[in-house]
Each structure stands twice: as structure tokens, then as C-alpha cells.
Design a protein around this ligand. Structure first.
Ligand code: ATP
Length: 366
């Protein structure tokens, strides 16, 4: 990834009638970056992608690609190419003709066209399959043909709208790793839209999280997980226990807090928090809690409760623990090492937490 910005979006707004689909979007993407726009259905992420592609006009703001203002540049003249959710592959054409489809307008010789198609198919590891009928391909192969068809145009930026959503879980996971590898090898900027947080986290250098037309946070996956900016982002990226807390003191980068149930703890101030105050919310990831029949040693705060439910996920077990004075059960995720942790519903347990595992999520109402 270079330090150079390839896409610069400033103050972009898109309305459909009086409905604001994308509001004041500001975003800079680096050359060679894998960036994902993540958010629930209807949050405006596809609209944002379509505006970059040139398929969607907008009322306010500017989009620049490679320093050039895109306003009057039609989609087919932009240095972008888009891969759609539905692949849009022609089943009656063979793989080579599908991949070469967009090249026909470029006035290349037959030899040049053959070479570019073959190169694009090599990139997606479908080398030599030019004459295979598209209708005879598996789902994963079709997805790769769709990728090759976009890559054959040698775009500077590849735009991907939920590219893996039509694949089953196992294949999707393989393709996530494959696409990430391909992107790193080619060094092209990828901008992907997805509503799947795991997909965004495994593939991206950075993620932008959108809710209701607004971009709430842009960060690396690790930071997004460790320091979400508020409750809705925290809840969207993995599991989270939310607890009310009161700030009792402040010292440099830390806050002394009195957390419901656990009592006094010291948390790092979250630099991403949008609004703070005395009554704040804190979050604890389920895997950051210790659980035991006895009080575990060496934690900064403790809580006692009773197991209400147990959910077995294979690689981990989730315990739901009801605690006096707390409305919601606390969820504890325990890795299933050697099947050693085995609590049953109705069992009394102790929970332990470290200061470092408690996340400041800012003001309760945001
Ligand atoms: P999904 O994951 O379901 O595709 P999304 O986050 O990509 O959702 P968009 O497709 O960008 O969301 O749509 C954002 C909002 O704008 C939605 O409420 C949608 O109904 C609305 N919208 C999108 N296109 C149009 C249109 N052409 N006319 C009117 N409303 C539209």
C-alpha cells in the first residue's frame, strides 16, 4: 500500500426525494489498499460504491480519483471497474468470451485480446479454461470469472458489491483468503461493500462502518474491534457485553469508573469516542471474561452470577450468566480447549475481568 491517496471523497450527499441515503461522506483511500464499507442493509453502502463507479449521481460534494474530479466522467471512462453481487455472467458464452467482453470496444488485435484474457484468467487461477462454457462452472469458478472480467480492463480501482454473498459458507471463506492474496499480489485498490463483519475483518486493511447514511468510524480491523467509537459500532463488530458506568476520576489517558456489577475499574480513554460525559457505557468482549466455579486469581474486578444458558459452538462455548442488579445476562465465550470447561445451567459462577479488557464507549445515548 502506498501513502498516496487514490480516492478522495469530500462532503458527498445523496438523496432519493427527501430521504438522505448518504450524508456528508468524507473518505480518503490509499493506493493499493483493501477497503471495505460495512454496515447493515439499507445503510447506504451500495449507493456510496455506485457514486464512486459513476452509476449514481449525487447532490453535493466531490469525488476525485487519481486527483481528477469525476463529476463529468461517465462510468466507462473512469479508472474503476465493478464486480456485482449477481456476477452478471453470460451463461451461453464460454469463459474466454465472458472475460473478453469489455475488451471488444478497445480496438485491440485478436492476439492482444487473447493475451489479456489469458493473463486475467491466470490471475484468478483459471488459466487454460477459456473454452469452458460458463454454465458448466461451479459457483466459486463463476465468481472468479466475474473477477477476471473486471481485472482484464486493468482498473486502478476495483469496486466489489457483496462479491461473495452468493457462495456457501465454506467456499466464501476460501474465496475471502484468495481474493485478499490476489489483491496483495496485484496491488490494485479494492473497495468492497459487505454487511458481513467477519468478511470485512478478514479481508481489509481498513473498514468504514456505516449506519443510516453516515460513516461512523474508519479504522483497521483490530482497532475497530478493540476501540469501537460507540455502542452501535461495537455491537455490529462481534459480540459485546454492555454495562453502565459512572466516571469517578480522570488521570491522563485513563478514566476511573464505577461499573454496574463489577464496581471500580480503570479504563483507557477511547480516542474514537464521539461523545463522552459522566454517565458512560463500557463494553467487555465475551472472550475477555474469565469464568470459574471459584473466584479466579489475579483479576481487577469480579462479579458473581448463575448460568442461565449454555450455547455450544464447537470451537467455543458461550455461557449466559445472570447477575443480580443487571438487566442483561453477561455472555462469556470460552475456547473449547480439550473440553476442560464444562459449566451447566443453574450453576453459580464467578466472573473475572482485567482493566485492559474494559472498553470506554462514551456517552450512553448517542
Ligand atoms: P443493501 O446491503 O441492502 O444493498 P445498502 O447499505 O447497500 O443496503 P443502499 O442500496 O445504498 O443500501 O440503499 C440505501 C437506502 O437508499 C435504502 O434505504 C434504499 O431503500 C434507498 N435507495 C437506494 N436506491 C434507491 C433509489 N433508486 N430510489 C429510492 N431509494 C433508494
Amino acid at each position: 500500500m502506498s501513502d498516496q491517496n487514490i480516492i478522495e471523497i469530500t462532503g458527498v450527499e445523496k438523496r432519493f426525494g427527501s430521504f438522505v441515503a448518504v450524508s456528508d461522506l468524507n473518505l480518503s483511500l490509499k493506493e493499493g489498499e483493501f477497503f471495505s464499507l460495512l454496515g447493515p442493509s439499507g445503510c447506504g453502502k451500495t449507493t456510496a460504491l455506485r457514486m464512486i463507479a459513476g452509476f449514481q449521481d449525487y447532490e453535493k460534494g466531490e469525488i476525485r480519483i487519481g486527483g481528477q474530479l469525476m463529476e463529468d466522467i461517465p462510468a466507462n471512462k473512469r479508472p474503476t471497474n465493478m464486480v456485482f453481487q449477481s456476477y452478471a455472467i453470460f451463461p451461453h458464452l464460454d469463459v474466454g468470451d465472458n472475460v473478453g467482453f469489455g475488451l471488444r470496444k478497445l480496438g485491440l488485435s485478436r492476439k492482444e485480446m487473447r493475451e489479456r484474457v489469458s493473463e486475467a484468467l491466470e490471475m484468478v487461477e483459471l488459466g487454460g479454461l477459456e473454452r469452458r462454457k460458463a454454465s458448466e462452472l461451479s459457483g466459486g469458478q463463476r465468481q472468479r470469472v466475474a473477477l477476471a472480467r473486471a481485472l482484464v480492463m486493468r482498473p486502478k480501482v476495483l469496486l466489489l458489491d457483496e462479491p461473495l454473498s452468493a457462495l456457501d459458507k465454506k467456499l466464501r471463506e476460501n474465496m475471502q483468503l484468495e481474493m485478499r492474496r490476489l489483491q496483495q499480489k496485484l496491488g490494485i485498490t479494492f473497495v468492497m461493500v459487505t454487511h458481513d463483519q467477519y468478511e470485512a475483518m478478514t479481508m481489509s486493511d481498513r473498514i468504514g462502518v456505516m449506519f443510516a447514511g453516515q460513516l461512523k468510524q474508519v479504522d483497521r480491523p483490530e482497532q475497530l474491534y478493540a476501540r469501537p467509537c460507540n455502542r452501535e459500532v461495537a455491537a455490529f463488530i462481534g459480540g459485546m457485553n454492555f454495562l453502565n458506568a459512572r466516571v469517578t476520576g480522570e488521570n491522563g489517558d485513563t478514566l476511573s469508573v464505577d461499573v454496574d456489577g463489577f464496581g471500580p475499574l480503570v479504563v483507557q480513554k477511547n480516542p474514537n469516542v464521539l461523545a463522552s460525559g459522566t454517565d458512560i457505557l463500557v463494553g467487555i468482549r465475551p472472550e475477555q471474561l474469565e469464568i470459574g466455579a471459584k473466584q479466579p486469581d489475579g483479576y481487577d474486578a469480579y462479579l458473581q452470577g448463575t448460568i442461565s444458558d449454555v450455547a455450544f459452538y464447537g470451537e467455543s462455548v458461550h455461557y449466559y450468566v445472570r447477575c443480580e442488579g443487571l438487566d442483561d445476562a453477561i455472555v462469556v465465550a470460552v475456547p473449547n480447549y480439550f473440553h476442560t470447561v464444562d459449566h451447566k445451567p443453574g450453576e453459580p459462577v464467578w466472573l473475572g475481568v482485567q482493566n485492559a479488557s474494559v472498553i470506554d464507549l462514551g456517552a450512553r445515548e448517542q
